[in-house]
Design a protein around this ligand. Structure first.
Ligand code: 3H9
Length: 694
């Protein structure tokens, strides 16, 4: 194996060069190599200074996350950092790409830091449910100030080189060849006998006496449910109170506590799942895909407009088609308003908006789609309409064009059968608002060719979505599982719960909103229409559970009508409505159901375990290839709390046996029709395994 850390001499400068692709992560070998290089440099009398720099695309991007969860192996990173800082010879970090996490901690231990203008530095550990565990929480506040350190460490967001220099993190920005610039800088340090600046010897100033409380309060919403940000604040506070060595000890203790927590395990799982999800099992990574240089979108409504924006944002020209000029005008006006809002908030330059608008070309003529590489239809959810549209697309679009439907539940195979090229047809299910929501369910039909769905995965990533490949079934992965939660919550309303109790519990579980507040926001008429469309497929109990119908019949469609499950003031603040409480109570009476107190625990179990059981069926049926695909759908499309890792990962954390036992309990309580353990879940539970640990 090639050496991951090299040591060489350039005159009187010792160069420690790290070469551990892809991101120069600090594996044990790298840590050992940096230690060896530092020791070697200090033992050599001809060497006056040391430079640490990296080969490849980036400076060190952090500790090796793959080593987490295993017993730590010496040399430990904090010790390597201390060795660097204690070096009697000056050590200079030369940064390109991203110096992240442990990578920045190595750099903060050096006496000087220089970087290319394109470099970024950051401490993203919080995103993995951790805190910087090699001195980051102790050295950064000493170098950059406490407030700035708090922001950087709790957000995990990287900072560009110029800003990092202003903050005192970098000493100099250099242009051109980094190695040459680093050698020059090192020689200057030696020539001028510049004093070695050791971060540990500085004092971390607290900008205001109430800084920590104020910071936690101001960010309470952002931190809700997460363990790590609060621990980060605690560690930074320690940097301002205790001498450095004691601060380091405390930081280590907290790091280990977080490292061993379920939250960090979940967040580390999410990190890898996010990268793995775009790889399709059974297909090589380098499978040739089709070039998507132009896109057609059918339907200029909310969905179609949002989809058009996604492609325009990525610089891909879009032809936007609708049946009438007024629909096009309205659609374009909304797109323009959305962009203008972003410009007003300072998040988009006016020129960028103009460029994006110019990439969207409205048309009334199907003929204009003939050259598109990909066409996505977002017309009315009706099979007859969809078949007609795909028939037309089949006759107009060029051979090899990918034809996609944005349907959220219609059968893709039936749609594909309306064309003479089912191998080119698939679903691309965007979530509303399409320009904001990250999830993209790419639905593979029975006849869709691998090249076509691999293309959709690639283009999904290109436009900044989190694409997940799923198979054909009613509701695909996300809505199929959601339907079980909706059903159980509806049953619990009949049995004794109230919407605000369920919402409080689901919000407390970590979702951004409870189901009823969510329904009110999205518009209850949407769910009502769906219910009517599917009424014949519902069970007698579901058919009779008509609370939603009653509310909608009163014209209460949610926020947009000022009332739904809740009532709303002019500022759209929700309050529980006694009238709805009465309505629900009398509904239970009519249905002959004796109301009882429903515990918060029961709400969680029925809402979440019903989804997990459905997830197990989805896996068995091959609708999702892996548990991580299901987790990704829920994390990116439905706000499942990141610190629980997604429903399937969460199930493993709870323990499948416990979930299985609960399912049997609810089978007795609610009925086998709704609560029969999925065979896969039953098997794994009995074998003491999990969805991941099979
Ligand atoms: C830490 O440092 C703790 C310390 O404070 C204390 C210790 C005591 N380790 O994202 P990409 C892999 S915590 C292992 O697709 P990009 C990644 O899985 C760490 N592997 O590329 C992928 O593998 P594969 C703090 C890693 O160009 C491949 O590299 N640091 C690591 O879009 C390419 O990654 C972080 O949290 C790692 N640290 O983005 C930084 N990083 O090809 C995490 C990446 O098999 N990393 N891989 O799927 C990133 O944010 C991005 O990877 C980066 C590059 C911006 C660097």
């Amino acid at each position: 194996m090639a050496e991951v850390v090299g040591f060489s001499k350039e005159g009187r400068i010792g160069l420690i060069t790290i070469n551990n692709p892809p991101v120069n992560a600090l594996s044990r070998a790298v840590r050992a190599g940096i230690r060896a290089g530092t020791e070697k440099g200090n033992a050599d009398r001809d060497i006056a200074a040391l430079v640490i720099l990296c080969e490849g695309r980036t400076f060190i991007a952090g500790a090796d996350i793959r080593e987490f969860g295993r017993p730590p192996m010496a040399p430990h990173l904090p010790d390597v950092c201390q060795l660097i800082e204690d070096s009697p010879r000056p050590v200079i970090a030369a940064i390109h790409g991203t110096a992240l996490g442990g990578g920045l901690e190595i750099a903060l231990s050096c006496h000087f830091r220089i970087a290319l203008p394109t470099a970024k530095v950051g401490l993203p550990e919080v995103k993995l449910g951790l805190l910087p565990g090699a001195g980051g929480t102790q050295r950064l506040p000493r170098l950059a100030g406490t407030r700035a350190a708090l922001e950087m460490i709790t957000s995990g967001a990287p900072v560009a080189a110029a800003k990092a220099k202003d903050m005192g993190i970098l000493d100099e920005i250099v242009e051109g060849d980094l190695k040459a610039a680093a050698l020059e800088y090192a020689n200057t340090v030696v020539d001028r006998k510049l004093p070695l600046r050791r971060a540990s010897q500085l004092k971390a100033a607290v900008e205001s006496p109430t800084l920590f409380e104020d910071f936690a309060k101001a960010n309470a919403r952002r931190f809700r449910g997460f363990l790590a940000p609060l621990k980060c604040i605690e560690a930074v506070k320690i940097a301002t109170e205790l001498p450095f060595p004691e601060g380091m000890k405390k930081e280590r203790e907290i790091f280990i506590e977080l490292h061993d927590s379920d939250q960090s395990k979940a967040q580390r799982h999410v990190f890898f799942a996010e990268r793995e999800v775009v790889r399709i099992p059974g297909l090589p990574d380098d499978l040739p895909t089709r070039d998507i240089r132009s896109v057609g979108v059918l339907g200029a409504g909310t969905m179609g407009g949002g989809i058009a924006m996604c492609f325009a944002n990525a610089g891909i020209p879009v032809t936007l088609l609708d049946m009438k000029q007024e629909f096009l005008d309205k659609g374009l006006a909304i797109i323009k308003k959305n962009y203008a809002n972003t410009v007003a908030k300072g998040r988009l330059a006016q020129e960028a908006m103009d460029k994006r608008m110019s990439l969207i070309r409205p048309t009334l003529a199907y003929e204009d789609l003939k050259d598109a590489d990909l066409v996505i239809e977002a017309v009315f959810e009706d099979m007859t309409v969809k078949k007609e549209v795909f028939g037309k697309l089949d006759s107009i679009c060029k051979p090899g064009a990918v034809l996609a439907s944005n349907t959220s539940y219609l059968n893709i195979d039936e749609i594909a059968a309306a064309t003479g090229r089912p191998q080119d047809v698939m679903g691309m299910h965007f979530f509303s608002p399409a320009n904001v929501m990250r999830l993209l369910e790419n639905v593979r039909g029975a006849k869709t060719s691998p090249e076509v769905y691999a293309t959709a995965m690639k283009v999904g990533k290109k436009i900044g979505k989190a694409p997940v490949l799923v198979g054909v079934c009613d509701g695909f992965v996300g809505n199929r599982m959601l339907a079980k939660r909706t059903r159980e919550c509806g049953f619990m309303l009949e049995e004794g719960a109230l919407p605000w109790q369920i919402d409080r519990v689901i919000y407390g579980f970590g979702f951004p909103m409870g189901p009823y507040a969510m329904g009110d926001m999205a518009g209850l008429d949407v769910g009502w229409r769906n219910r009517k469309a599917k009424f014949d497929t519902l069970t007698p109990r579901e058919q009779k559970n008509n609370i939603l119908d009653k509310i909608c019949e009163m014209g209460r469609y949610g926020q947009k009508t000022g009332a739904g499950f809740y009532k709303y003031d002019e500022k759209r603040n929700a309050t529980p409505d006694p009238m709805i409480e009465e309505l629900i109570i009398s509904h239970s009476k009519e249905a002959g159901i004796a109301r009882r107190a429903i515990s918060d625990q029961e709400i969680i179990e029925r809402a979440i375990y019903s989804m997990i059981n459905e997830g197990a069926k989805i896996l068995e049926e091959g609708i999702a290839a892996r548990s991580l695909d299901i987790d990704a759908v829920w994390l990116y499309g439905y706000g499942f709390p990141v610190y629980l890792g997604g429903p399937m990962f969460y199930a493993d954390t709870v323990g499948l046996k416990k979930i299985y036992d609960a399912i049997l309990r609810y089978r007795d309580l609610v009925g086998a029709e709704y609560w029969t353990p999925a065979p896969l879940l039953e098997k794994l539970a009995k074998e003491g395994k999990g969805f991941y640990a099979r």
